[in-house]
Design a protein around this ligand. Structure first.
Ligand code: CMP
Length: 141
């Protein structure tokens, strides 16, 4: 079943020049790019995007970090792309992410690596629809 997902190359990924590598892996898997845009996200957008984490200990540092520089926001489409990109990304903690995944291959093993973990991908169809609406409000079906 064709789905869309919202992917972010986080500021650490952009800063390290990994945008092309992330896009390459998305396309190599057979997913299509629907939208790609680089921008420095305002805090209010990030607070909406991460609303489910509001109040958690990592919320403030996460929003702060995500606002610290440009991100590349991507909408990708494909068969079961939501689950598929989560597999490509690997576990949230790069230390635990399997080799062969974006975080497993490229993630750093330093204390802030769970926040600075290169990419974000929507975790469910509901999240994907909500997040695409936040980042690309003008994008049609
Ligand atoms: P992301 O997919 O962007 O969604 C929530 C983010 O919170 C997650 O990736 C991590 O970068 C970040 N985060 C920081 N600390 C934690 C933590 N302890 N547990 C889960 N996510 C965390």
């Amino acid at each position: 079943e064709q789905e869309r997902t919202l992917i972010l190359v986080k500021p650490d990924g952009v800063e390290r020049g990994l945008t092309g590598e992330v896009v390459r892996r998305i396309e190599a898997k057979g997913y299509r790019l629907v939208a790609v845009e680089m921008r420095t996200a305002p805090r209010d957008l990030l607070e909406l995007h991460y609303a489910e984490h509001a109040g958690k200990s990592f919320f403030e540092p996460l929003v702060e970090f995500m606002a610290s520089g440009p991100v590349v926001a991507i909408v990708a489409q494909g068969d079961r792309v939501i689950e598929g990109f989560r597999s490509l990304a690997g576990a949230t903690d790069p230390t635990k992410a399997a080799p062969g995944t974006i975080r497993g291959d490229l993630g750093r093993a330093w204390p802030t690596a769970v926040t600075q973990n290169i990419v974000h991908g929507s975790d469910s169809p509901e999240s994907a629809e909500r997040e695409i609406g936040i980042w690309f409000p003008l994008l049609g079906e």
